[in-house]
Design a protein around this ligand. Structure first.
Ligand SMILES: *[C@@H]1O[C@H](CO)[C@@H](O)[C@H](O)[C@H]1NC(C)=O
Ligand SMILES: *[C@@H]1O[C@H](CO)[C@@H](O)[C@H](O)[C@H]1NC(C)=O
Ligand SMILES: *[C@@H]1O[C@H](CO)[C@@H](O)[C@H](O)[C@H]1NC(C)=O
Ligand SMILES: *[C@@H]1O[C@H](CO)[C@@H](O)[C@H](O)[C@H]1NC(C)=O
Ligand SMILES: *[C@@H]1O[C@H](CO)[C@@H](O)[C@H](O)[C@H]1NC(C)=O
Ligand SMILES: *[C@@H]1O[C@H](CO)[C@@H](O)[C@H](O)[C@H]1NC(C)=O
Ligand SMILES: *[C@@H]1O[C@H](CO)[C@@H](O)[C@H](O)[C@H]1NC(C)=O
Ligand SMILES: *[C@@H]1O[C@H](CO)[C@@H](O)[C@H](O)[C@H]1NC(C)=O
Ligand SMILES: *[C@@H]1O[C@H](CO)[C@@H](O)[C@H](O)[C@H]1NC(C)=O
Ligand SMILES: *[C@@H]1O[C@H](CO)[C@@H](O)[C@H](O)[C@H]1NC(C)=O
Ligand SMILES: *[C@@H]1O[C@H](CO)[C@@H](O)[C@H](O)[C@H]1NC(C)=O
Ligand SMILES: *[C@@H]1O[C@H](CO)[C@@H](O)[C@H](O)[C@H]1NC(C)=O
Length: 852
């Protein structure tokens, strides 16, 4: 026994040694020991289909090295020549996926994500029966998902997100019984979700985000008992949310944002006690929130139900969802009062319930404000556009020092801003426009050093604009229009060095336009002081506004001339000086305003000739009516289009294109007599014409008035930009992964992403702004508003805006731009290196100045 066994032992030992030697030699003399070259040739064939490898990552793929030692190649232990894994992620490879990979019959893992691969997914991959892991995400693959994928019966992970895959989801996918992670997001996949997916009972995460899936959610998905993440955002799903989803007792995240789902939220959903995130915004969901909705939600952290048609009251039992931190119920039809029990949500960071019909009729209905004082983490409180009436409780200032967004706009709030507002030391946004607030701006506002955005417009506030506002050196936007503020514009405002948008229009301000404001706020993008009683001259320092896109000084009592320094405003697009007492001529320097599009000098006492250069400017609107201009009207440029120009009320003008019906300039008297009859008829015709022009103008005026009257018409703003949430961006950029990072600029990082925006899947650049911790947030509405009112020549087309809170509770802001080819992107990231020294101020409007 012992001898035998020792012989056996010896044999085993020697076998082991031989194997070990073989193994070692296979590493030292790899090429010699290789006698099965199938995989070698398959790999070489794969390499030959990669025609772009800028970093030379496949350099090692040559005959001097055994193919198992090539970069990204992993071979098996039992079959040393056979490739078991190919990991070539994020290597900037371009080309296509060679079908030769099908010869790597031992392949278990194929990861080619985040490259520039094009072409289709070879259907031959279906023959890789050992394949467990397939990641082709973030490429430019097109064609359909091959139905042979169902032959990969061992597949556990299938990631094809962020490609250009078309066609439908093959039902054969349901043959991949071991699938646990399935992500087909951000493609162009159409059709219905095959109900067979419901049989993949090992699925843990399922994402079909950002496709164009139609039909309804198959109830069979309720059979995916191990599912923890179900996300089908931004598709065209219809029908109701199947009640069977309530069976998913391990579900942590349910996201069905922005589909066309209708009907009520099934009660079974409220039974999923594992849920951390319930996100159903942007659908047509109806019905009410049940009063016991929080009975099972002991873990719910985020509740996003905005942009739906939900109604009824906010159940006071919402306090039973005891860890709720983010509540977004805006754009619904909720009624009733805001329950004060909300104050027991100790974890509450954000309460966004704007644009509903929530009520406060009697003082006790406001008790939620008092109760919220207990929410010591509250950062955002937005109740704008509801039916809150009555006096703003002064306890609003007792809110935790964390509150940085306070939005109560578009309510019927009366009373005044509490004098103790200075207690809200973290406040960044104060949005109180279109309320009935009266009183003055408290001096204490100057203590709110974090303020970035103040909008008190369209109220009944009066008194002087406090000089303490000048202490707000971080303030970007100050909108005080349409109130009854009086007195002078305080010189101290010139300390607001971060100011980019100033609107004091339609008040009763008098005195001078302080030149200091022009000097110090040199980067302002738009200044509107119209409709006041300002009675100084226009200070020559106006030329210091080198970034200003729009200056509106209409309807004041400004006198003197137009300063010739105006050409310092290099990027000026709109100049409105109408309805003042201006005299003198149009300065020739104005010809240097290359970007000027709209110029209104009407209703002044300007004189002289219309300068030659005006017809060479690219104006789209010129109004010089009711002045005292004389001489010849040019015929070119803006003068050639009667609808873009108004020259009425200048009796000494002559010439111009015939449609203007002005007298000819150099006619001698006999010729004039000769044509007197013609002129007679002409003048009758022109009388009719001017009448119709006046009617036209009146109509246009009312049209404009109408559109200006609802500048914040929330629905209009809503439709202007698709709502993009933090989660959408998180997903589209794969958690802001370095792989998607395309650059860093002074103001933030830029990621590439593919998203569904404006009803099309687009490659976009997402600029995530560096925001200081604790920095102020501006509401989505406000940003849109500013973007609307501050259009700028250098602006790259903004597709969308995201203003939100990240999952750490930090303020999060991103701008989503059209993706631009390398050259201009570079310029955009590093504005200082732009050869034209036109600064890109616009980008910094939402960007934090303090980061540079
Ligand atoms: C290599 O191995 C594969 C599978 O083991 C086999 O089918 C093939 O014939 C082998 N090729 C050579 C050249 O030995
Ligand atoms: C082959 O790859 C090795 C390892 O990267 C490298 O040192 C060698 O220069 C390459 N040879 C050729 C011919 O490209
Ligand atoms: C697989 O390998 C065989 C033998 O080397 C070859 O004839 C065939 O073309 C290969 N298949 C693909 C799809 O490249
Ligand atoms: C697939 O690739 C993407 C892009 O590189 C990566 O973000 C993701 O984590 C990968 N998926 C898995 C399951 O590893
Ligand atoms: C692969 O799948 C297709 C259709 O899904 C099937 O017709 C074919 O027989 C399968 N091939 C293998 C090798 O399993
Ligand atoms: C579900 O998950 C549990 C725990 O991870 C596991 O034991 C079980 O096998 C899974 N069920 C299925 C159908 O895969
Ligand atoms: C769930 O699976 C069971 C079998 O496991 C099946 O009978 C039932 O029809 C499935 N439910 C749905 C809704 O598909
Ligand atoms: C707020 O907290 C205080 C002290 O913990 C408590 O007395 C009060 O009832 C709380 N108010 C609300 C509305 O929860
Ligand atoms: C705020 O401004 C006022 C007047 O401009 C000034 O007197 C005061 O010292 C400033 N306060 C702070 C805290 O800077
Ligand atoms: C401007 O108006 C104020 C009164 O509002 C007056 O005191 C001042 O003299 C006026 N200035 C000019 C230049 O007319
Ligand atoms: C007007 O626009 C044209 C074409 O857009 C451009 O070439 C020209 O330079 C512009 N003129 C001025 C004065 O900016
Ligand atoms: C999505 O599909 C629907 C119905 O097929 C179609 O009307 C719509 O245009 C598609 N949308 C996109 C963005 O492709």
């Amino acid at each position: 026994m012992t001898i035998l066994s020792s012989t056996a032992m010896r044999k085993i030992f020697s076998l082991l040694v031989i194997h070990l030697l073989l193994l070692i030699s296979s590493f030292i003399f790899p090429v010699k020991s290789s006698n099965n070259e199938t995989d070698l040739y398959a790999l070489l064939s794969f390499k030959s289909s990669i025609h772009g490898d800028p970093k030379g990552e496949l350099f090692s793929w040559n005959h001097s090295l055994h193919h198992c030692l090539w970069k990204g190649v992993v071979c098996g232990r039992r079959h040393p020549d056979r490739v078991t894994a190919l990991d070539l992620d994020s290597l900037q490879l371009s080309g296509y996926i060679s079908p030769s990979l099908t010869n790597l019959t031992f392949l278990q893992r194929l990861s080619l994500s985040n490259n520039y691969l094009t072409g289709s997914i070879p259907e031959e991959l279906g023959r890789l029966s050992r394949l467990k892991f397939l990641n082709l995400s973030v490429n430019s693959l097109n064609g359909e998902i091959p139905s042979t994928i169902g032959n990969c019966s061992n597949l556990e992970v299938l990631f094809i997100r962020n490609n250009r895959i078309q066609g439908t989801i093959p039902s054969q996918l349901s043959q991949c019984r071991d699938l646990s992670l399935l992500n087909l997001g951000a493609n162009f996949i159409i059709g219905e979700i095959p109900p067979e997916i419901g049989s993949l009972n090992k699925l843990v995460k399922l994402s079909f985000d950002n496709n164009n899936l139609t039909g309804s959610i198959p109830p069979s998905l309720g059979n995916l008992t191990n599912l923890s993440v179900l996300t089908i955002r931004h598709n065209s799903l219809t029908g109701t949310i199947p009640a069977s989803l309530g069976q998913l007792q391990h579900l942590v995240n349910l996201l069905l944002n922005f589909n066309n789902l209708s009907g009520e939220i099934p009660n079974s959903i409220y039974n999923i006690s594992s849920l951390l995130l319930l996100s159903l915004p942007g659908n047509q969901l109806e019905g009410t929130l049940p009063s016991n909705m929080c009975d099972a939600f002991s873990n719910l952290w985020d509740l996003y139900l905005y942009n739906n048609q939900l109604k009824g009251s906010i159940p006071s039992s919402i306090s039973n969802c005891s860890v709720l931190a983010y509540i977004e119920l805006h754009y619904n039809s909720f009624t009733g009062i805001i329950p004060s029990t909300i104050g027991s949500l100790k974890n509450l960071h954000l309460l966004e319930m704007s644009v509903n019909q929530l009520e406060a009729k009697k003082p006790s209905d406001w008790s939620f404000i008092e109760a919220l004082v207990n929410c010591t983490s509250l950062e955002v409180l937005n109740l704008g556009s509801n039916q809150l009436q009555g006096i703003l409780p002064s306890s609003v200032v007792n809110h935790s020092s964390t509150l940085f967004h306070l939005g109560l706009f578009m309510n019927e709030i009366s009373g005044s801003i509490p004098a103790e507002i200075g207690g809200l030391t973290s406040l960044g946004d104060l949005e109180l426009y279109q309320t009935n607030l009266g009183g003055t701006i408290p001096l204490d506002i100057g203590k709110l050093l974090n303020l970035r955005w103040v909008d008190l417009s369209e109220n009944m506030m009066s008194g002087e604009i406090p000089s303490t506002l000048g202490n707000l050196t971080s303030l970007n936007v100050l909108i005080l229009d349409s109130n009854s503020f009086e007195g002078r514009i305080p010189l101290e405002l010139s300390n607001m060095q971060a100011l980019e948008y100033l609107n004091f229009s339609s008040n009763k301000l008098s005195g001078a336009i302080p030149k200091e404001i022009m000097i110090r706020t040199s980067f302002a993008i738009a200044i509107d002081l119209s409709n006041n009683y300002l009675n100084s001259t226009i200070p020559p320092e106006i030329g210091k506004l080198i970034n200003v896109g729009k200056i509106v000084l209409s309807n004041n009592r400004l006198s003197g001339g137009i300063p010739s320094t105006i050409d310092g405003c290099q990027v000026l697009e709109g100049l409105y000086l109408d309805r003042n007492l201006l005299q003198g001529t149009i300065p020739t320097s104005m010809g240097n305003l290359k970007g000027l599009k709209e110029l209104d000098l009407s209703n002044n006492s300007l004189s002289g000739q219309i300068p030659e250069f005006i017809d060479k400017m690219n104006l789209t609107y010129l109004n010089i009516s009711y002045n005292d201009f004389n001489g010849k009207v040019p015929k070119e440029g803006v003068f050639n289009n009667a609808s873009e120009i108004d020259i009425r009320g200048n009796p000494k003008l002559c010439g111009g294109v015939p449609q203007m019906h002005l007298p000819n300039c150099a006619l001698n008297s006999s010729a004039q007599r000769h044509h007197s009859r013609t002129i007679y008829y002409c003048s009758i015709a022109s009388a009719f014409l001017s009448l119709s022009i006046i009617i036209c103008l009146l109509l246009t005026y009312y049209q404009i008035r109408k559109s200006q009257n609802h500048p914040r018409s929330v629905t209009a703003l809503k439709s202007q930009y698709d709502d993009v949430s933090y989660n959408d961006l998180l997903r589209a950029t794969d958690n802001f992964s370095l792989d998607n990072l395309i650059g860093r600029g002074a103001f933030g990082a830029v990621y590439k992403a593919i998203m569904l925006l404006e009803n099309a899947t687009k490659i976009v650049a997402v600029k995530v702004l560096n925001l200081e911790q604790n920095s102020a947030s501006r509401s989505f509405l406000s940003e849109c508003k500013a973007l609307k009112s501050i259009r700028h020549r250098n602006l790259i087309k903004v597709l969308s805006v995201c203003s939100s809170i990240d999952h750490q509770g930090n303020d999060f802001k991103a701008l989503i731009f059209e993706f631009m080819p390398n050259g201009s992107l570079e310029a955009w990231l590093h504005p200082n290196s732009v050869s034209t020294n036109q600064p890109m101020r616009f980008l910094s409007l939402i960007e934090n100045k303090h980061s540079n």
